[in-house]
Design a protein around this ligand. Structure first.
Ligand code: URA
Length: 197
């Protein structure tokens, strides 16, 4: 395992382990508190993330920020945000298994170095990867799972929530409340932030 997130980010910046390296503008390594008790894992960068080199800065990210603020009372500087793949799949297609496998060591090292108490996976790819499951997200979500010494809470992807309907929104809110309870049970001070809703 690398010694620091900064060293790992440096390494990722020059990564050519998969074909996404050829089409990316920036590697989107991850952002936030390097000691965060709460870590989110998304799928992969979209167009705006690729341009800025930061995760979840487009419409999905705005929704994520809002719901995290409303349900947990937290801003993104108090959590850590990473993705399954660090480079944008062209035309926002799904990442393929070879890309996910090539990028996996970066995510695993991020999880080891940040050592969060609670991990929230956003959408099918992150949930399936970290749980080693082939189940769809609607089957995986709705409960917490042990994950090493941490607790893993799978939820839907904010892009799915943005596509509409009250149900996905209610699911994501309920899962964030579940994450807050897990933070409280783990004795994290993040659980004491006051939800804004
Ligand atoms: N969707 C993701 O899964 N990750 C991002 O960083 C942005 C959008």
């Amino acid at each position: 395992m690398p010694l620091s997130l900064a060293a790992l980010a440096d390494d990722a910046a020059g990564c050519t382990r998969c074909p996404l390296a050829a089409t990316r503008t920036n590697v989107v390594f991850g952002t936030g508190d390097p000691d965060a008790d709460l870590l989110f894992v998304g799928e992969g960068p979209g167009a705006q993330e690729d341009e800025q080199g930061l995760p979840f800065v487009g419409r999905s990210g705005q929704l994520l920020d809002r719901l995290v603020h409303e349900e947990l009372g937290l801003t993104r500087d108090r959590v850590y945000i990473a993705n399954v793949v660090k480079c944008r799949p062209p035309n926002n297609r799904d990442p393929v298994p070879e890309e996910i496998a090539a990028c996996r060591p970066y995510l695993e090292s991020q999880l080891e170095l940040v050592a969060p108490k609670v991990v929230v996976t956003l959408g099918k790819f992150a949930g399936q990867l970290l749980l080693g499951s082939k189940e769809g997200i609607t089957r995986l979500r709705g409960r917490s799972y042990p994950y090493g010494g941490a607790v893993l809470v799978p939820t839907v992807h904010p892009a799915y929530v943005l596509r509409g309907g009250a149900e996905p929104m209610a699911q994501m809110r309920a899962d964030l409340v579940r994450a807050r309870l897990a933070l409280r049970e783990a004795g994290s001070p993040l659980a004491e932030a006051v939800p804004a809703s």
